[in-house]
Structure formats: structure tokens, C-alpha cells
Ligand binder design. Structure first.
Ligand SMILES: O=P(O)(O)OC[C@H]1O[C@](O)(COP(=O)(O)O)[C@@H](O)[C@@H]1O
Length: 331
């Protein structure tokens, strides 16, 4: 993929973030999501790709735009898979909390896992530990291996985990082992990425979160030289059938990087909506300007670029998401 695409993609996540940021703390997660989705969908038309959404807002029948299988881009560039979460952290924005982002990954056509919207157990780490750990090991063994290969002691190791009741046992084991824990409210794409960023103090990301978010994080980890392992957690036969329908014949086997991101040509972009692990959120400045913080990464070069943009708002069309809501409501 042309490296100039990176800038085109970050323009798309910037508009998604600017649109949903108007909904921070207003208690309406659907409006925040619709705003980001409308903005990202409209902005994609100008991007030079022949893209197909593989991770998006849902199945065609449930999502008016950015549905799985939808074609995006101006159809003039390379054929690519598109994984997009217009607003990763809908509840976060609704409640004005931390860690919401607009996120997109683009990779060679046919290379990204078509993950159903169910939970996935995840283990993510940076380059130092990539290839050294296994999701199938007990937590204690993973921690010992992490210490061995990072040179840190248990009390110096930091593990990030989503703060959820279902993680009670995991958090208990981590506390028993004596590692440092960072509990995350929401946004496990950012959490998993934090384990692989060179300037982060997080060594490991553990626990379950959304499977689509797992693929998005895996794309970023590919760019960072880190690793993500995942195991889908289908809850009952219906979710199992959904996995099989989406091409995953053994839904409970461990998925490795090559299963989730089967190419070395990947672009990942994210723009902060609210401030989080590594990006600041949108800040409105006066009546005409707004500031965004984004990261853009390419697997081929392993470059990590942080982009701070000051936007001139009167020159931009920023969807508020209301039109799409009215359309959906009248269906
Ligand atoms: O809140 P749950 O059910 O534990 O799900 C975890 C998932 O929710 C999130 O925190 C936010 O997801 P949404 O954007 O769908 O609100 C994800 O990052 C994470 O994968």
C-alpha cells in the first residue's frame, strides 16, 4: 500500500473524533456513535482504496452504514480489507470518561479476520515478549515468562486489565503474584496497544473484551512488532454458529497474529475522542477551531507518528449523527 494512504486514513479518524466529541457526557451513546459513523462513512468516499469492510458496525441488516461487506473508498486504489470502529468507547463518550477513540485499520484484501461481535480472551505484549508467551499457559506461568524475558521482577511488571466482574479471578491471581495492575474502565484497543508502545509502562494486556476490537488491536500490534493472541468466547450455540458462518471453523482455538492479520502490509490510525492511554481527546478552541491528537502506524516501516492537528471548523462539514438516527428510526 502506498504510504501516502496513512495521511488519508488519519483524516478519516479525525473527522470521526470531531463529530462524536460533541456528544461527550450527554448520556446518548447511540448519538455519539451515529455521529462518528456518518462522518467516517462520508469521509471514506475520498480515500484512494477499493475497500471492503470486514470489521464494522455490524451485519448489513442491522447497520445502515459501515456494515460488514460494504464497499468503501473511491475504488481507485489497492484492494484492501477495512476494520473500522468509528467510536471505540460509546459508553465512554456518553459518560465523559477516558479512552474513547475513532479507529481504522487497513490491510491487504483477505488478510483480516472476520471476527463476530462476541467476547474474545486476549493476551497482548510488546516486541520484547512477542513469540515468548502463550494464551494457553496459566496466568502465573505467563507472568514468570514475562519476567524472564523482560528482565523485570514481578513487582516491576505492569498488567492492564478491563475492570469487570468477569475478571475477578484474573485480578485476584495477578494480585497474588504481586504484579502491578492498571485497571481500565473501557477501551481495550487502547489497552492492548499500550502493552506494545515503546514509551508505555504497561508490559502485558490480559482479559476478555470485544473480538472486533481484538482484530483492530492486533493490526496495531503488527505495526508495533508486538503480539496479540486471542480466543473467541462464544456464549452458546447461536454465537458458535455465527463464528462458523464467518469462516472460523473451530471457534475456541487460539488465534495467533497470522490468523488475525495475515499480512505485513497494514496501516493503523486512531484519533482520541476523550483522553486516554496514549492520545489526548478533542479540544474545542474558541468558536472556530478544534484540536485533535492521532497516531498513525505502518507495519512495513514500523514508524509510529503522532499527529496534532488544529482544525478550522467552518471549513469542515461535521455530521452530528442526528440525520442517520432519524432515518433509522423511521425504517
Ligand atoms: O463493556 P464490556 O461488555 O466488558 O465489553 C468490552 C468492550 O467494550 C469496550 O470497552 C467499549 O466498546 P463500545 O465501543 O462498544 O462501547 C471495548 O473496548 C471492549 O472491547
Amino acid at each position: 500500500m502506498d504510504r501516502e494512504l496513512a495521511l488519508e486514513i488519519v483524516r478519516v479518524t479525525e473527522l470521526g473524533a470531531l463529530s462524536s466529541a460533541r456528544w461527550i457526557g450527554r448520556g446518548d451513546k447511540n448519538a455519539a456513535d451515529d455521529a462518528a459513523t456518518t462522518a467516517i462513512r462520508s469521509m471514506f468516499d475520498s480515500v484512494s482504496i477499493d475497500g471492503t469492510v470486514v470489521i464494522g458496525e455490524g451485519e448489513m441488516d442491522d447497520a445502515p452504514m459501515l456494515y460488514i461487506g460494504e464497499k468503501v473508498g473511491n475504488q481507485k486504489g489497492p484492494s484492501v480489507d477495512v476494520a473500522v470502529d468509528p467510536l471505540e468507547g460509546t459508553e465512554v463518550v456518553a459518560c465523559g470518561l477516558h479512552n474513547a477513540q475513532s479507529v481504522i485499520a487497513i490491510a491487504d484484501k483477505g488478510s483480516l479476520l472476520h471476527a463476530p461481535d462476541i467476547y474474545m480472551e486476549k493476551l497482548a505484549c510488546g516486541p520484547e515478549l512477542a513469540g515468548k508467551l502463550s494464551l494457553e499457559d496459566p496466568v502465573e506461568v505467563t507472568l514468570q515468562k514475562a519476567c524472564l524475558f523482560s528482565g523485570k521482577s514481578l513487582s516491576e511488571l505492569t498488567v492492564m486489565v478491563l475492570d469487570r466482574k468477569r475478571h475477578e479471578q484474573l485480578i485476584h491471581s495477578l494480585r497474588e503474584a504481586g504484579v502491578r495492575i492498571k485497571l481500565l474502565g473501557h477501551g481495550d484497543v487502547a489497552g492492548a496497544i499500550a502493552a506494545a508502545l515503546p514509551d508505555s509502562d504497561v508490559d502485558l494486556y490480559m482479559g476478555s473484551g470485544g473480538a472486533p476490537e481484538g482484530v483492530l488491536a492486533a493490526a496495531a500490534l503488527k505495526c508495533l512488532g508486538g503480539e496479540m493472541q486471542g480466543r473467541l468466547l462464544p456464549d452458546g450455540p447461536l454465537e458458535q454458529q455465527r463464528c462458523v458462518r464467518m469462516g472460523i471453523s473451530n471457534p475456541t482455538r487460539v488465534l495467533y497474529m497470522e490468523d488475525m492479520v495475515g499480512t505485513g502490509d497494514v496501516l493503523f490510525a486512531a484519533t482520541g475522542v476523550t483522553s486516554g492511554e496514549f492520545l489526548n481527546g478533542v479540544r474545542f478552541i474558541g468558536k472556530e477551531r478544534a484540536e485533535t491528537h492521532s497516531v498513525i502506524m505502518r507495519a512495513q516501516s514500523r514508524t509510529i507518528r503522532y499527529i496534532r492537528s488544529i482544525h478550522f471548523l467552518p471549513g469542515k462539514e461535521i455530521p452530528d449523527g442526528l440525520t442517520v438516527r432519524q432515518n433509522v428510526a423511521s425504517l
